[in-house]
Ligand binder design. Structure first.
Ligand code: NIG
Ligand code: FE
Length: 420
């Protein structure tokens, strides 16, 4: 199908939908009771014009005006389908070459993720593959990964660099993500590459030589704050320089150990702190009192057989949370926000509505796209997912199912099961 997301121009009427479901309100990020507040309209229509949502409501209120107006009107039969906002994946490592299937098997027989990493595998194995891939094959890989995401209902995705860690491959990664329509994040502080003796020497290089050009391509910067990766002081230095270059800030924090990532995220006014599998009560309270979004990645915790993040405690304390896949070849080879929504309900004990808000409106906020994507409301980009299900909650209920009947981006059908 076409890759012309957002082309607009024509009008599209999706009618006879079994349900239309959207997070309510206009604010972001949602927290507390608002996180669980979604609107459901039965027997509904959605009218898209110029790539945006023009109108929606119960079909009986549609009237004749859209059909009588001048201009082309495409009609889509929504019988038996539920419309939800296009899903927003705010944390992926979609730009990589090769795979880590050998490590996957080794982990099954006892090797830990941290042991493989310490032995020069893990992230650095993917750095070697990505550096040697070449431009065409790296761009192909991102396009392929983006296609996998689209088929599972993701219409907006963030992609991080971080498997290049040299000037050429980091910039190529950011360009490849942008060319596939992604929101690019410079993960310049993912690991220390082998040509540097220590993290500080690597950061000297990354901030002097890569940041100036990365800041032209990326909207945010990210750092892996963890034992064996970057310390809190190194993360502060990196993030302060990135902020001065105009980038929004993100952190990988509390994945294996609490190292002060939440405190640093709050101190620097970061958009998000992501992972949080190791976060304790103090971190939960601090995040709840802040505007920093906790991005939860349950597919990553499942894939590595690690504890789940304290999602219920965060939500009950009033912290804003988002959900994402963490799609990457090592810790989360999963591109499906549907699967993540299932894990959010079964493992994190969120409700289906909280899970939906977390991977639409709140994820859009993390990407700086609040008010543009993540809701089915007039003026929002016409990004929709049509689920082949009698109830929208099948998104999380039907674990691992192939539920997506069609994906609409900017008012155009960009993927449909019928045409695949
Ligand atoms: O978010 N934790 C750091 N980075 C990635 C994993 C990257 C990899 O294993 O290749 C993550 O889990
Ligand atoms: Fe990650």
């Amino acid at each position: 199908m076409s890759d012309r997301a957002g082309a607009g121009g024509r009008r599209l009427l999706v009618r006879d939908l079994a349900q239309l479901v959207t997070p309510l309100g206009t604010e972001a990020p949602l927290r507390g009771a608002a996180l669980a507040s979604v609107g459901v309209i039965e027997d509904a229509y959605i009218l898209c014009e110029e790539g945006r949502i023009a109108a929606l409501g119960p079909l009986r209120e549609l009237g004749a005006a859209p059909r009588e107006a001048n201009g082309e009107l495409e009609e889509l039969d929504g019988r038996g389908l539920c419309a939800i906002p296009g899903l927003v994946d705010c944390h992926t490592h979609a730009c990589f070459a090769g795979d880590r299937v050998e490590e996957f098997e080794l982990r099954a027989t006892g090797a830990s993720y941290e042991q493989l990493q310490a032995a020069g595998g893990g992230i650095l194995a993917t750095v070697r593959a990505t550096r040697s891939a070449g431009e065409a094959s790296l761009k192909d890989a991102v396009r392929r990964h983006r296609g996998w995401m689209r088929r599972t209902g993701t219409t907006t995705f963030e992609g991080k660099s971080g498997y290049g860690l040299d000037l050429e491959t980091e910039l190529l990664s950011l360009r490849a993500i942008r060319e596939s329509g992604g929101v690019a994040t410079w993960l310049g502080a993912h690991a220390v590459p082998p040509e540097f003796d220590d993290a500080d020497a690597y950061l000297d290089f990354a901030l002097a030589d890569v940041l100036p050009q990365a800041a032209e391509l990326a909207v945010a910067a990210d750092v892996f704050l963890e034992e064996g990766a970057f310390s809190v002081d190194q993360a502060r230095r990196y993030l302060e320089a990135c902020r001065a270059a105009g980038l929004a800030l993100r952190l990988h924090g509390d994945q294996f150990n609490e190292q002060g990532a939440i405190g640093l995220a709050i101190e620097l006014g970061a958009r998000s702190v992501d992972h949080l599998e190791a976060t304790g009560d103090g971190g939960v309270r601090a995040l709840a009192a802040s505007g920093v979004v906790g991005v939860l990645l349950p597919a990553s915790a499942l894939f590595l057989d690690r504890p789940m993040p304290p999602a219920r405690a965060l939500v009950d304390a009033g912290a804003p949370i988002a959900l994402a896949t963490d799609f990457n070849p090592g810790s989360s080879f999963c591109e499906s926000l549907g699967v993540v929504s299932s894990l959010a309900v079964t493992q994190l004990h969120l409700t289906p509505a909280q899970a939906l808000s977390a991977c639409t409106v709140n994820a859009a906020h993390v990407l700086g796209l609040a008010g543009q994507v993540g809701r089915i409301a007039p003026g929002y980009k016409a990004d929709l997912v049509l689920l082949d299900a009698p109830d929208w909650r099948y998104l999380s209920y039907h674990l691992g199912a192939d539920l997506v009947a069609a994906v609409i981006e900017g008012g155009e059908v960009t993927w449909s099961r019928a045409a695949d």
